[in-house]
Design a protein around this ligand. Structure first.
Ligand code: WT7
Length: 648
């Protein structure tokens, strides 16, 4: 069986692609027909990239949870929606059917209502990877509250900043979370984040680890008590239900904070209908999902990948989504393969950094694991090097599974450039062709469409900055509370284009290869961090005078963080000073932002106008010492020599 909008041949891909570009309104209304609407739209698309303004399916009324849950109940109520694999393999797996998911989401929607949450309110979710996290997300969507999920690795300070930016009044968290051998005290981090906070009225705490927590009277309540009470309120003759709020197509569905080139992460806002259509359309086509397939996306729901391809895309398709609480290397490096074998996983979607790290353990962890259920493999988050691509293809896919390299961003809602598994050709380390509706263009520094430059990168290959010419349903609508910031960030670098921040190559067949960020954004193990953000955190340390952060190639993480730091002269022990800096960064952002290398310097290469020449620092961090380019414009060219000599 194929889905109504599923592309099943290369010819159809070309046909659909052409139609989507020639007549986007007809194309996308045809796709949108396959969803459940409370009221159909009046206008398919209205847009300009000047303001920017993007409206898809204007006038349409719907609720994404009816599409993700209710519409499947009559035919698939007893089918698993979520299969949950615990951190500890000894613990019991949980299978959540669509019926059960419906019940729990309705119950939780009532819990939110009982606690005063209304449509449009912001609810911050800081939980581990438990099914209740999906209930929380969907419960918010059911009543029209805007969720803002924060990854469990972020610090109290990061949470406080996000709570403040979103003016969130509600928090849903866990006592703790299990990750590998660790037990992370989430509630206690929330308590720290709430010191001095004036807006948060209620914290709902789900019990996972039963680590001791302080529950503040009048503010903190237990998930379990609330759920029990809600059930007694809305249960009628054994059936629990809660009406789905009627949402406007363009109402915000969620905020997700992500790093940019400035110091402060921005709240990317996605809409209800467009995001639903895009995640479902891309899920079905990229992964060629077939009814009954078990889809295992290894991301955390704290990132966009988890939002789109664990929760919304698969559930709206009526798929079975496998959710894993733990990490790939615990109790040993065979954990992913054990899960694939145990649950007969058909689609595995993970990050290049995970593949590279597992490669390092050799083939031993694969012994005795039956991977024959696998049909499709996917990667996301960063460019995949050919070695990792082939290892994945040969040892995991046994050369029988198409590998999809999916390029996208928090801002794009779902995959934009990717091969469609088994339908369009793959090319190792190339994301390949754009999905229907996506019109990429490579531009040079001046915004002119780039042309092939044989001298630089080989015959008939074009290099440039990757932009998109027209909106697709899943494009971000704004950045929370600051539309101007959205405009400046994405729509002003090049006129009338959405700028991705990535550089790319294009071959003669129109395939794209993403080469990495061209702005001051780092991609560390698939986690996105701004250099300015990390610098700000380092500079918070009392002994730091100034710092400059750049990325450098790292075998496993893809990029590592290299920090050049000017420290006040009083410190005696370099190692201790480094540890203090790491501790500071952990406090301000979280452990994911800790620099891999810290080099103490007496000065930084600056132009006469005081701008740090990162290009030089980047080259040195990459191990390049000769071709540093023109350094004659530096205020003090002498520091370059010192920095080169002190390289770590
Ligand atoms: C950045 C977006 C998309 C979900 C995970 C990351 C890089 C992403 C690929 C890929 C090369 C990729 C880009 C992009 N990226 N996928 N398949 N090949 N690079 O989302 O945190 O918003 O980061 O990740 O540089 O701009 P994100």
């Amino acid at each position: 069986m194929s889905y109504p909008f599923q592309i099943t041949s290369l010819e159809q891909y070309h046909k659909d692609y052409k139609k989507s570009v020639d007549d986007p309104e007809a194309f996308w209304s045809g796709v949108a027909e396959n969803f459940q609407w409370k009221k159909k739209w009046d206008k398919v698309l209205e847009w300009n990239f000047k303001e920017p303004k993007v409206e898809w399916f204007r006038g349409g009324k719907m609720n994404i949870t009816e599409n993700c849950i209710d519409r499947h109940l009559s035919t698939m109520g007893d089918k698993p929606a979520i299969i949950w694999e615990p951190n500890n393999p000894e613990e019991r797996t949980r299978v959540v059917t669509y019926n059960r998911l419906h019940k729990r989401v309705c119950q939780f929607a009532q819990v939110l209502k009982n606690n005063g949450v209304k449509k449009g309110d912001r609810v911050c979710i800081y939980m581990g990877m438990v099914p209740e996290l999906a209930y929380a997300v969907l419960g918010c969507a059911r009543i029209g509250a805007i969720h803002s999920v924060i990854f469990g690795g972020f610090s109290a300070q990061s949470i406080a900043d996000r709570l403040d930016d979103a003016q969130a009044e509600y928090i849903i968290t866990c006592d703790g979370a299990y990750r590998g051998s660790k037990d992370i005290p989430l509630k206690s981090v929330i308590d720290d984040a709430l010191i001095g906070n004036k807006t948060v009225k209620r914290v709902i705490v789900y019990t996972r680890t039963r680590t001791p927590v302080s529950m503040l009277k009048g503010r903190d309540v237990w998930w379990e008590d609330e759920m029990e009470h809600a059930e007694s309120q809305i249960e009628k003759e054994g059936v629990v239900s809660f009406p789905a709020e009627e949402m406007d197509a363009e109402d915000p569905l969620f905020i997700l904070y992500t790093s940019g080139s400035t110091g402060k992460p921005k709240g990317v806002v996605h809409s209800c209908a467009g995001y639903m259509v895009w995640t479902t359309y891309s899920f079905v086509n990229v992964f060629q999902y077939n009814p009954g397939d078990i889809h295992f996306c290894t991301a955390d729901i704290g990132w966009i990948t988890g939002h789109s391809y664990i929760v919304y895309g698969p559930l709206s398709t009526g798929a079975t989504s496998l959710m894993f609480e733990g990490i790939p290397t615990w109790p040993d490096a065979g954990r992913f393969w054990e899960i694939v074998d145990k649950h007969k996983v058909n689609i595995l979607y993970t990050a290049p950094t995970a593949i590279r790290s597992l490669m390092g353990f050799g083939l031993e962890p694969l012994k005795g694991k039956d991977l024959s259920s696998l049909k499709i493999l996917g990667t996301v988050g960063e460019p995949i090097n050919e070695e990792a691509w082939h290892w994945y293809d040969e040892n995991i896919g046994k050369k029988k599974c198409p590998v999809v390299d999916t390029w996208w961003q928090t801002e794009t809602g779902g995959a934009l450039i990717s091969n469609l598994a088994g339908v369009t050709p793959s090319k190792p380390s190339w994301a390949t062709l754009p999905l229907p509706g996506i019109q990429p263009v490579l531009v040079d520094e001046n915004g002119k469409e780039a042309s092939p430059n044989p001298a630089e990168v080989g015959a008939l290959i074009t290099a440039g900055n990757l932009c998109i010419k027209a909106p697709w349903p899943g494009i971000l609508r704004t950045t929370w509370g600051d539309h101007e910031r959205c405009r400046l960030n994405y729509f002003t670098a090049y006129e009338n284009l959405y700028f991705t921040g990535d550089g790319a190559l294009k071959d003669e067949q129109g395939n794209y290869r993403i080469t990495g960020r061209v702005d001051d954004v780092l991609n560390v193990s698939g986690h996105r961090l701004g250099t300015a953000e990390v610098e700000n955190a380092i500079n918070m340390h009392a002994g730091v005078v100034e710092s400059a952060v750049v990325g450098y190639p790292h075998d496993i993480k893809g990029q590592g963080i290299y920090a050049y730091v000017i420290f006040n002269s009083k410190h005696v022990d370099d190692e201790l000073a480094k540890k203090d800096i790491l501790q500071t960064v952990t406090r301000i952002i979280g452990a994911i932002a800790r620099p891999d290398k810290i080099q103490f310097v007496s000065g930084l290469p600056k132009t006469r106008s005081g701008k740090i020449m990162r290009r030089i620092l980047r080259k040195i961090a990459e191990g390049e010492t000769e071709n540093l380019g023109d350094i004659s414009t530096l205020l003090d060219p002498g520091v370059v020599e010192e920095i080169k000599n002190g390289k770590l």
